[in-house]
Write a protein that binds this ligand. Structure first.
Ligand SMILES: Cc1cc2nc3c(=O)[nH]c(=O)nc-3n(C[C@H](O)[C@H](O)[C@H](O)COP(=O)(O)O)c2cc1C
Length: 266
């Protein structure tokens, strides 16, 4: 269970096999977070866990994640996320993307994009690069975080040549200090995140597509139905203003038309 109001539990998943720049950026971030109060943390180096490569059978999508033929540490890692109030995905920039370890981990969570379950958990990302390309990875991880249901706080990218210069170190520390302040405010804050128009659109699009193209013989359909998401404004009760409420109705209308047109064609 997540920690109670006396303390928030934050877990950082690190996609580097060595304890160098990504790991130390994560530790710096978490120590700053802890210093702000009411936070306990754990660092999870993904390379310490068995994470097998997804075979693409889609049994997790269609029948349920328990039917996955791979026997690895996916569920141990998943339980760590479920037991957290805040989550960090951290990766070095490898060939302009997250590391292979991080990507293999994300693929193992792929079914959760269909059946998101991390709402009300605060998320951020930490990317470390040698030269260039890390900012796009931060954007990518933010998008992934939203897809998994997290409340996403803007991530950070820092540069670490070897050896790291004092100037780079100073810049990195400032960046991580700002990020930990943002993250702490959202983690401790009691107000549920109000979805942006984009987040609202994604929710309405997903549910219209599921409602109109599937039926209760599909897991995704029953998941939405059991959660009350076919009737709700968003994944959790939230006050949408007049503009977002109207936009939501418009999204429902548009995506119903699109889903119907696709079904008629198919
Ligand atoms: C296989 C590999 C690919 C890399 N690709 C990039 C890259 O595309 N862009 C970049 O800026 N740095 C790249 N780097 C540099 C790393 O991002 C950088 O050294 C980072 O600090 C490594 O993190 P670590 O110290 O946690 O291992 C690459 C490093 C490796 C080992």
């Amino acid at each position: 269970m997540p920690a109670n109001s006396a303390g928030k539990r934050v877990t950082a998943f690190v996609g580097s096999a060595r304890k160098k720049h990504t790991y130390s950026a994560v530790r710096e971030f978490l120590e700053r977070l802890e210093a702000r109060g009411s936070v306990e943390y754990e660092i999870v180096p993904l390379s310490d866990y068995r994470i097998e490569t997804c075979r693409g059978c889609k049994l997790c999508f269609e029948k349920g994640e328990e039917f996955c033929p791979l026997k690895d540490d996916r569920d141990v890692l998943l339980e760590k996320i479920m037991a957290s109030d805040g989550v960090v995905f951290a990766s070095p920039n490898y060939s302009f993307q997250v590391s292979g370890t991080m990507k293999t981990f994300l693929d193992r969570l792929g079914f959760l994009f269909h059946r998101p379950r991390f709402h009300r958990k605060t998320f951020t990302s930490i990317v470390v690069q040698g030269v260039y390309g890390g900012r796009k990875i931060v954007k990518y991880l933010g998008f992934v975080g939203r897809g998994l249901g997290f409340d996403v706080v803007k991530g950070s990218c820092s540069t670490a040549f070897e050896p790291m210069t004092e100037k780079e170190q100073c810049k990195r520390d400032k960046t991580l200090a700002r990020q930990s302040k943002r993250f702490h405010a959202r983690l401790i804050g009691s107000r549920d995140h109000v979805p942006t128009l984009f987040e609202l659109m994604i929710f309405r699009m997903s549910r219209q597509s599921i409602r109109l193209t599937l039926d209760d013989s599909y897991l995704d359909y029953t998941y939405y139905s059991d959660n009350g998401w076919f009737e709700s404004d968003y994944y959790y009760p939230v006050r949408l203003g007049v503009v977002k409420r109207s936009a939501g109705n418009l999204f429902d209308f548009i995506f119903a038309r699109i889903s119907k047109a696709r079904a008629d064609q198919g």
